[in-house]
Design a protein around this ligand. Structure first.
Ligand code: RIB
Ligand code: CA
Length: 322
């Protein structure tokens, strides 16, 4: 099987960590590098968290690059109330091999696009690094294969305002720049689909029945996140946004959507809103694929089977009972 090369740009972050686990454990993907931006946590903390996930999987050979520290225009606002002061549920795991963290995330993106063919980017945080890379060397993106962005909201309320989703709200200027300048459609994995992906206590209980090394880590980092979801959204469980972007990259049938023109609002009360021109008011060329439906059971089955190999039948029975 041809493994698809990906750069994962992220802001780890609890759901970013779960997405990294999925990508690392999926034989269809070759994670050629991880670039980090500020978002859920400041960028250097995020880079350490990415390294912690790699160390857990024995994959610290995958390079981790520090990217942009602040958004293009706005002041940085993090989400440590959601992900914990350390970005991983306040477990404050020790960082091993910190010296492996590299500088120059933006330069790494453009150099990798130019030097390796058919590289895709899966962006799980604010789009600051991607926008900066486009500004620096737009021609490099002619070599880009596909671009997936977890971000935005179409017909569902935001999580930072009535209309804005966190990644695009943190750096709306970067988000809009990417939608206007990327020479590829943005596959938007927004809250319309990710809110349907809930890791429940039942599923966590099930994971802990599998004598797998990841169970403890997943249980530990999601505890804080589940508490936040109860307090803020009144749900039992936690929405794991980012893993869906990785799963969708591997299996397009997970989601259904449509092509449209998208603009991201950069100022004012609607700052960070992804304006989806689904009825073509602006008569502008489509620049995105908006995903609006997802088979949540199919996702959860893929997610669990990639992380916990050898438990396929058990996973099928649990998912069947959802
Ligand atoms: O709005 C959810 C997104 O913002 C997720 O990617 C989460 O990790 C945060 O980055
Ligand atoms: Ca994220």
């Amino acid at each position: 099987m041809e493994r698809r090369k990906v750069i994962i740009d992220c802001d780890p972050g609890i759901d970013d960590a779960l997405a990294l686990l999925l990508a690392i454990k999926s034989e269809e993907l070759e994670v050629v590098g991880i670039t980090v931006c500020s978002g859920n946590v400041p960028v250097r903390m995020g880079a350490k968290n990415a390294l912690k996930v790699l160390a857990l999987c024995g994959k610290t050979d995958i390079p981790v690059y520090v990217g942009e520290e602040v958004p293009l225009v706005r002041e940085l606002v993090t989400a440590q109330d959601t992900h914990g002061e350390d970005g991983l549920g306040e477990r404050f795991y020790e960082v091993l091999e910190e010296s492996k963290i590299l500088e120059g995330g933006v330069q790494y993106i453009v150099e990798t696009l130019r030097s390796q063919d058919k590289v895709s980017i899966i962006a799980l945080g604010p789009l600051t690094n991607i926008a900066k890379a486009l500004m620096e060397d737009r021609e490099a993106f002619a070599y880009l294969d596909e671009f997936i962005s977890m971000g935005g909201a179409y017909r569902i309320h935001g999580n930072c305002s009535p209309v804005a989703e966190f990644n695009y709200w943190v750096d709306p200027h970067a988000a809009d720049y990417v939608y206007q300048h990327l020479p590829r459609p943005v596959h938007m994995i927004g809250l319309d689909v990710t809110r349907k992906i809930v890791l429940t206590p039942n599923l966590i209980e099930f994971i802990n029945r599998l004598d797998a090394e990841l169970a403890t880590f997943i249980t530990e980092i999601t505890r804080f996140y589940i508490d936040f979801h109860w307090e803020q959204e009144g749900i039992i469980g936690c929405v794991i946004n980012d893993p869906l972007a990785v799963a969708y990259f591997m299996d397009r049938s997970l989601c259904q959507g449509f092509e449209s023109y998208v603009e991201v609002v950069t100022e004012g009360i609607a700052m960070g809103q992804s304006i989806v021109d689904s009825v073509d008011f602006y008569k502008k060329p489509n620049n995105a694929i908006i995903n609006v439906d997802v088979d949540a059971k199919q996702f959860m089955s893929l997610f669990l089977k990639k992380l916990f190999v050898g438990y396929e039948n058990l996973i099928d029975s649990i998912i069947g009972g959802l």
